[in-house]
Design a protein around this ligand. Structure first.
Ligand code: LLP
Length: 420
């Protein structure tokens, strides 16, 4: 459920007409609904209310400061994968004791910052990393709370680029090696072993793979206890729950929660979840303006002012995003590719899409772009990154200014040998 609805043929975000925002801030821009974000967080947490749990929003899905602040203010935790996400998270007010740090390539400086901040747990992805964290914690006179990310070899049946729990993936450590990892961790002087971590992939639309992964984690937990004596306090099952972009029907939050709860009941552990997409995906849209219609030899093209640099998902994953008119007219239908201004054939938002006839100047809403939208945008072709706007009831606020041309060259300098 989200708060993007039509009233008298005009697309509204809560109580603000999207057209009005476009007139004020120009296009393209990302638009987020405050009420939808709050509702999604609440619904997610409510689904787990019967068990001891901690929801850590996966920052990578959307690091807009206003969104982070909104979640932090409600006592949510944060899942980070970089020093930059730690910096943003702390600035937005997340309690360090609710921050978990995943990722295969943590650098020394990033580890040190997280140790100094006193985060809840490092999710370790290799034995090398475990040794380094022990060393850094010793040096800084800190203790590092750690979990090992295990790779349960479960097929999440999603796009190969966003599957992470298979043997062939770079993530985590396989079960046997993980036991060795736990043995080693237990002997290290500056490490406290507190958890087991697992994340099998993203945009998962069935509950089965989550349950399978949890069963594998649970079996490992029991083995760790009996073989090493370590008491695990946290089971972190990562993120991954899919959303409806088009015709997907992911499990409801209750079905998803049940997959975990029925396997964890009675265990003295806290379940950590790292949802990203499911909290923010349907809480955001990308608003773009049609520039031209063009009839190619084989195809019709609608050329819009947002490109693959603004929304990479369609070309990177062949992802489907519905495209809706911001103002509905009694238009005939057309079939066209919706493409951006970038000089690549991969620069599309939709291919062979049936939509209402679009005239130049019309506004279009690219739906369900609140997750992995702005965060994956770039300055390719020297295109300033777009504005981000948040609506709350009948108010809207630019929560990130559109970049300027001056922003594009900030930080660049000429070497002396070019300076004549
Ligand atoms: N935890 C870990 C360790 C992760 O790697 C991820 C996502 C999440 C949590 C959150 O997963 P979610 O609940 O959002 O599925 N750019 C891709 C998605 C990449 C996901 C990477 N990891 C896309 O646009 O579909």
């Amino acid at each position: 459920m989200n708060h993007f609805t039509y009233r008298q043929n005009q697309l509204y975000c809560e109580d603000v007409a999207v057209q009005k925002i476009a007139a004020a801030v120009g296009t393209p821009f990302y638009l987020y609904s405050h009420a939808t974000l709050i509702r999604h967080l609440k619904a997610f947490r409510d689904a787990f209310v019967k068990i001891d749990h901690l929801v850590c929003f996966s920052a990578k899905a959307n690091t807009n400061f206003a969104i982070l602040k909104l979640f932090a203010d409600r006592g949510c935790g944060l899942d980070i994968v970089s020093g930059g996400e730690l910096y943003r998270g702390l600035k937005a007010g997340f309690a360090p004791e609710r921050i978990v740090y995943s990722g295969v390539g943590k650098r020394v400086g990033e580890i040190d910052d997280a140790l100094k901040a006193g985060i809840l747990m490092f999710n370790l992805e290799s034995v090398d990393e475990l040794k380094l964290i022990d060393q850094r914690a010793g040096k800084l006179n800190q203790r590092a709370r750690v979990a090992i990310r295990v790779n349960p070899d479960v097929d999440p049946k999603t796009h190969p680029y966003i599957s992470t729990g298979l043997k062939k993936n770079k993530f985590g450590i396989n079960t046997e090696a993980a036991i060795e990892g736990y043995r080693l961790a237990a002997r290290l002087a500056h490490v406290d072993v507190v958890g087991i971590d697992c994340h099998i992939g993203s945009q998962i639309t069935e509950a089965g793979p989550f349950e399978e992964a949890l069963q594998s984690v649970k079996a490992l937990l029991l083995r760790i206890k009996s073989e090493t004596g370590i008491d695990i306090k946290y089971i972190d099952m990562g993120g991954g729950l899919g959303i409806t972009y088009g015709d997907e029907s992911p499990p409801s939050l209750n079905e998803y929660a049940k997959a975990f709860m029925q396997n964890i009941e009675g265990m003295a552990v806290t379940l950590i979840l790292e949802p990203g997409r499911v909290l923010v995906g349907n809480a955001g849209i990308l608003v773009t303006r049609a520039l031209y219609n063009k009839d190619g030899q084989d195809k019709r093209f609608i050329i819009v002012d947002a490109g693959m640099n603004d929304l990479l998902r369609p070309t990177l994953y062949d992802a489907f995003h519905a495209i809706e008119p911001v103002v509905r007219k009694k238009a005939s239908k057309t079939v066209a590719d919706v493409v951006g201004p970038i000089c690549e054939s991969g620069d599309f938002l939709a291919v062979d899409r049936r939509l209402d006839e679009v005239n130049s100047g019309d506004l279009l809403a690219v739906m369900s772009t609140g997750a992995y939208g702005f965060v994956m945008s770039s300055n390719y072709c020297s295109r300033p990154r777009v504005a981000e706007v948040m609506v709350n009831d009948d108010q809207f606020h630019v929560v990130k200014q559109r970049e300027t041309y001056a922003d594009l060259v900030r930080g660049e300098s000429l070497p002396p040998f070019l300076d004549d």
